[in-house]
Design a protein around this ligand. Structure first.
Ligand SMILES: NC(=O)c1ccc[n+]([C@@H]2O[C@H](COP(=O)([O-])OP(=O)(O)OC[C@H]3O[C@@H](n4cnc5c(N)ncnc54)[C@H](OP(=O)(O)O)[C@@H]3O)[C@@H](O)[C@H]2O)c1
Length: 474
């Protein structure tokens, strides 16, 4: 009886050869398209090359260890597979067609002597598993998933607070994850600008986007941290197209100078991720006279986004992603006291009000730029284990630490909003774990039309009046 079994499946997709090769050769993404796979991970750094290893954990309860032994860009790759039950050689061949790309998958399984008897059972199972994997790959590459809809069930759970709040923990992330679709949109020609990229969620987003091959401009305030991070990103992902810009985003003079440099460079912006943030206790004022939360969390992303609009507009599928917080659910915007001058100051309240303001801007920009095809969304990362949370909320951190998400999990929705074709179909919404959530949980936090208008006018005046004098003269 033969110990060998061969699987040979072919699909054709209407996608350029290079995009298909790029998606499939990052083999850890098999978890997005093969229903038999529970999770997969790349074990060696850099772009796929000879020697790159992947671990694939199957839903059946055992792992496969892959190693690339030959690879030719846009042509094919050959991998060895090792597991408890069998070894295999898997070859994936790519070929350009008139319509797009043909992908042929050939796997030769070898069952060791004692397990050879299983061979009689395996052909049909392997054939079925192989066919469903290739159907999954085709669906992932066709990338034509339905527009994500708002769910009345999620909205109702959010309004009941406790059923909504558990979603902020890592349990919520794991629960939602089961429903996610593959993201195969090609990022190799796209430019991302990420603020606050030296720590926590922003840094995790930078790693994910660097892995996807995007060109990155990291906006950071500390040059030493920036240099170290850029070196690490380049060496561990093999992506050389990573640069940085220095700006203290609580200072509007720095924000304007940053905009001037980016506009001067003229590189269209496909993804702007407004992520930099912190929670300030006690009340602090910048050297320019603005209250810190208002300056960093609201005015700064407002100036950055509005001034970079000409570069954003030039991109092919531009996205603006604003990193907000579930804390905004507790507050209404206070247009008469944007800088928390009145009453007793609370850092959490000032933070939540600024995030609420950025949600209003998210909706406003989505409407204003609809015909430029600029998609603007906001997201809540969930409760994430980052230096920012540990420092600003030590009590909360101690109690919730076990339930906090990793920065990678916290960054996921921001990266999805910035990259996926699915997310390009909806604008002006608030998201958690790739799902739409209401932007208000009660009418108590709703601003009136008059308040909204006054907020927009105040911010618009500040965008102009904070331009440093030498720029005005020029
Ligand atoms: N972690 C959570 O549970 C959570 C929940 C909801 C929302 N968020 C939001 O997620 C975003 C990221 O927070 P995080 O938890 O990842 O915090 P983090 O680890 O403290 O990272 C914050 C980032 O913002 C940068 N930053 C702070 N002030 C800046 C300034 N004045 N100019 C330029 N950059 C500045 C920091 O730079 P340095 O490295 O130089 O300090 C750092 O890169 C924030 O907008 C936060 O409000 C977080």
């Amino acid at each position: 009886m033969s110990n060998n079994l061969t699987l040979d499946e072919t699909i054709e997709v209407q996608r350029p050869l290079h995009e298909v090769f790029s998606y499939v050769s990052e083999f850890s993404r098999i978890e997005e398209w093969d229903p038999a796979v529970a999770s997969a991970e790349k074990l060696t750094p850099g772009a796929p090359r000879v020697g790159t290893q992947f671990r694939v954990d199957l839903r059946a309860g055992f792992s496969l260890d892959y190693e690339i032994i030959a690879i030719e860009e846009d042509a094919g790759m050959l991998m060895t597979v090792d597991s408890r039950f069998f070894t295999a050689r898997e070859e994936i061949l790519f070929e350009e067609t008139d319509e797009g790309t043909r992908v042929r998958y050939i796997a030769e399984f070898d069952f060791p002597g004692p397990l050879a008897a299983f061979n009689r059972l395996f052909p049909s199972v392997i054939d079925r598993v192989g066919k469903s994997a290739m159907a999954g790959l085709k669906e992932a590459l066709e990338d034509n998933f339905e527009t994500p809809q708002a769910s009345s069930f999620l909205a109702a759970a959010d309004r009941l607070v406790l059923p909504g709040i558990w979603r902020f923990t890592r349990l919520g992330y794991r629960n939602s994850r089961k429903r996610w679709k593959a993201v195969s949109a090609f990022q190799g020609n796209r430019h991302a600008v990420i603020t606050g990229a030296t720590s926590g969620i922003g840094e995790a987003a930078a790693w994910q986007l660097a892995e996807l091959g995007a060109r990155l401009t990291l906006v950071v305030r500390n040059e030493d941290k920036a240099k170290t991070l850029v070196d690490e990103l380049r060496s561990r992902t093999g992506n050389e197209q990573i640069g940085y810009e220095i700006a203290d985003l609580s200072l509007m003079s720095d924000v304007h100078a940053l905009c001037d440099r980016l506009i001067e460079a003229g590189d269209p912006i496909d993804m702007l991720i407004n992520n930099a943030g912190a929670l300030f206790n006690p009340r602090q004022q910048t050297s320019e006279g603005f209250e810190m939360s208002f300056a960093l969390l609201l005015l700064s992303p407002c100036i950055l986004t509005e001034r970079l609009y000409p570069l954003i507009k030039q991109a092919e599928s531009p996205r603006v992603v604003n990193v907000l917080s579930g804390g905004m659910y507790t507050q209404k915007i206070d247009v008469d006291d944007l800088q928390s001058r009145n009453g007793e100051y609370s850092g959490s309240v000032a933070y939540a009000k600024a995030k609420r303001g950025l949600m209003i801007l998210t909706e406003e920009w989505a409407g204003r730029w609809e015909y430029d095809d600029i998609v603007v969304n906001a997201m809540h990362p969930g409760w994430v284990d980052t230096p920012g949370v540990e420092e600003a909320l030590p009590g909360f951190y101690k109690v919730t630490k076990r339930f906090l998400r990793t920065p990678e999990e916290g960054a996921d929705t921001a990266v999805w909003l910035a990259t996926s074709s699915e997310a390009a179909k909806v604008s002006g919404k608030f998201w958690l774990d790739r799902e739409q959530h209401p932007s208000h949980l009660s009418d108590r936090t709703l601003e009136t039309d008059e308040e909204r208008q006054r907020l927009l006018e105040t911010l618009s005046e500040l965008v102009d009046s904070t331009v440093p004098e030498q720029d005005v003269a020029a």
